[in-house]
Design a protein around this ligand. Structure first.
Ligand code: HEM
Ligand SMILES: [Ca+2]
Length: 209
């Protein structure tokens, strides 16, 4: 073990721990999908462990039960898919690797992320051209349902369904509209930061009262 050169990635199995993944954030620009996931990498070591998914979900306003269920679901399904080719993941820890998060792409999605995790503006516009009937810059509950149905791959639909329904529940306005700018902010992860900020502010406000 110790006698091998430290940087022979690709030719030998890495441990898949913090040391080999953390430089992701300093070395180059993240893809939009990596940014989306990185919000949940609370200590920015390149890996999202279940405890971090849980903390992230709590931070954006999900309750204890939803956050626990969401964590089991997200890390349970996504972690195995994101393991980089040359990495042996630690057993029973369900790490999600931010670097290779694009491997976690599932069926029934909008293809707004391409296979490399980049943002595809035409596909984003298509969502609203096809499904935003009531007003051009937002989706209603029913219109979202229509979109999910149109994109539905019967073998692989749970992931997309949960992500969109959760987004709708957290971000719809008082009249039940999910705004285009909110959906845009999903694709670079900034929606999560905004929700976290709002949650914190609401807490501060409640304390002062
Ligand atoms: C650890 C936490 C999370 C990870 C690792 C993660 C990862 C991903 C991945 C890999 C995709 C690409 C799916 C694809 O194109 O097939 C995606 C898309 C998406 N995610 Fe997340 N996600 C997380 C949390 C969330 C949460 C909490 C929400 C909602 C509030 C959410 C909403 C979405 C939406 C709406 C999409 C777009 C799917 C589409 O284009 O149809 N994600 N996410
Ligand atoms: Ca982490």
């Amino acid at each position: 073990m110790g006698s091998k050169p430290a940087d022979a990635a690709g030719s030998q199995q890495q441990q898949g721990d913090e040391s080999s993944m953390a430089d992701l954030y300093s070395s180059h620009e993240l893809t939009p999908l990596q940014k989306h996931a990185a919000f949940f990498d609370r200590n920015k070591d390149g890996i999202i462990y279940p405890s971090e998914t849980y903390q992230g979900l709590r931070a954006i306003g999900c309750g204890v039960v939803l956050s626990a269920a969401g964590t089991v679901f997200i890390n349970g399904f996504l972690a195995p898919k994101t393991v980089p080719a040359n990495v042996k993941p630690p057993a029973f820890k369900f790490p999600i690797y931010v670097k290779t998060i694009q491997q976690g792409k599932h069926g029934s999605d909008t293809d707004v992320y391409d296979t490399q995790g980049r943002f595809v503006p035409e596909k984003f516009e298509e969502i609203f051209k096809k499904h935003a009937h009531t007003r051009p810059d937002a989706l209603t509950d029913k219109e979202l349902g229509e979109m999910l149905k149109a994109n539905r791959d019967p073998k692989d639909w749970v992931g997309a369904f949960v992500e969109w329904r959760l987004l709708y529940a957290l971000c719809k306005d008082k009249e039940g509209f999910l705004h285009k700018e909110t959906v845009k902010a999903v694709y670079d992860g900034s929606v999560f930061e905004k929700l976290e900020r709002e949650k914190k502010e609401a807490k501060e406000f409640a304390k002062k009262k």
